[in-house]
Design a protein. Structure first.
Length: 365
């Protein structure tokens, strides 16, 4: 158990790191952010900040020496960075979770190997392999880069068997190694967010209904529709299997589709997750607090939801201009991430409403 006053290192300087640092401070911990980016909104609320490249071993070693445990706030931290740090300080979760989550093909195969239900998929290492994959899976289908895709990036739809469609999709993803996934009919999208402690104890939050626009999460709401409630237990069991197989420590998120055949696994995120932001005000212990508790070896907090409904809306791009109006709504819990550049598709904040009779429809205009 990490004593108060200890330092938790955070790899990555975005809003998830910012909220982790705030949660750590509430529990008496200092945080040290390591990130190569010029802008680091996490560093603004951390005790220490190192701006350096992911492969700068001298700076990484100094960072490790200044930390009692290290975690990460996004899944595209290089695996080699985590492996290097692991030789100097405990990193939770470990490199294995990144190895799986960073490779969409490996991720799908890993979950399918545990008995999880996935969309039909095929490896597409080159353009010729795309034709073979399309012949096996059919259209419509989605072509996704194997690595470095999030919020709808690195994806292209192939609507028909016309070779021109395949050519266009291949070029759209940058002619890189990819995975082809068949289209699946589904009723809703939802997520499972769990936390697993050092001792293997696992707790799970209620699953929200997730609504995406242009591949970016727009809103998460509780309670979800009945079909999601009916499929929640099976999805939870699968994600718990994933966590056990990875010997995972911390918050793990899984995205699912509710289908007629049952919950279908889409992807996982080995970190705190956008669809869990509602837990800050909506649950007894938030995903951020419980991630800190887990990596610090503390007892896990309750994931109970005292009041329903709960609604979380992302503030994307120009939505951030709504903050003054949202602040006039006494029921709105507004989070501004402090980012300086406003551009379309960029997550700049979020707002949450908890309880009956409140929400975006009731907010003043």
């Amino acid at each position: 158990m990490l004593p108060p006053g200890s330092t938790i290192g955070i790899l990555g300087g975005g809003q998830l790191g910012r909220m982790l640092a705030a949660a750590a401070a509430r529990l008496g911990y200092r945080t040290h952010v390591y990130a190569p980016d010029r802008e680091s909104v996490a560093a603004e609320v951390a005790a220490m900040h190192t701006r350096a490249a992911w492969d700068d071993e001298q700076r990484l070693a100094a960072f490790a020496a200044a930390c009692d445990v290290v975690t990460f706030e996004f899944e595209n931290v290089p695996v080699d960075t985590v492996r290097f740090l692991s030789g100097h300080v405990a990193v939770r979760p470990g490199a294995k979770s990144l190895e799986v989550a960073q490779d969409r093909l490996a991720e799908k195969a890993f979950v399918a190997g545990l008995g999880g239900r996935t969309a039909p998929f095929a490896a597409v290492p080159d353009r010729a392999a795309l034709d073979a994959a399309l012949a096996a899976i059919g259209t419509p289908a989605i072509l996704k880069t194997v690595r470095m895709g999030y919020d709808g990036k690195g994806q292209a739809r192939i609507a028909s068997p016309d070779p021109a469609d395949a050519d266009a999709a291949w070029q759209a993803i940058g002619a890189r190694a990819a995975i082809l996934e068949g289209f699946v009919a589904f009723a809703h999208e939802f997520s499972v967010i769990l936390v697993r402690g050092l001792d293997g104890e696992t707790r799970v939050w209620d699953s929200p209904l997730n609504v995406h626009e242009a591949g970016i999460l727009r809103a998460s709401t509780l309670p979800p529709p009945p079909i999601v409630l009916d499929q929640q237990a099976e999805a939870r069991a699968l994600l718990a299997q994933v966590a056990d197989a990875l010997d995972y420590v911390g918050v793990l998120a899984g995205e699912f589709f509710a289908t007629d055949a049952g919950p279908l696994f889409n992807e996982m995120a080995p970190r705190v997750h956008n669809s869990g932001h509602w837990t800050i005000e909506g649950a007894v212990a938030s995903q951020f607090e419980n991630h800190v508790r887990a990596v610090a070896g503390l007892p896990l907090g309750s994931t109970a939801v005292p009041r329903l409904p709960v609604t979380m809306h992302n503030l994307i791009g120009a939505d951030i201009d709504r903050v003054p109006d949202l602040l006039a709504d006494g029921a709105a819990h507004v989070h501004h991430y402090g980012k300086t550049e406003v551009r379309p598709g960029r997550k700049l904040g979020h707002v949450t409403w908890v309880g009956p009779g409140v929400g975006p429809e009731a907010a003043p205009r």
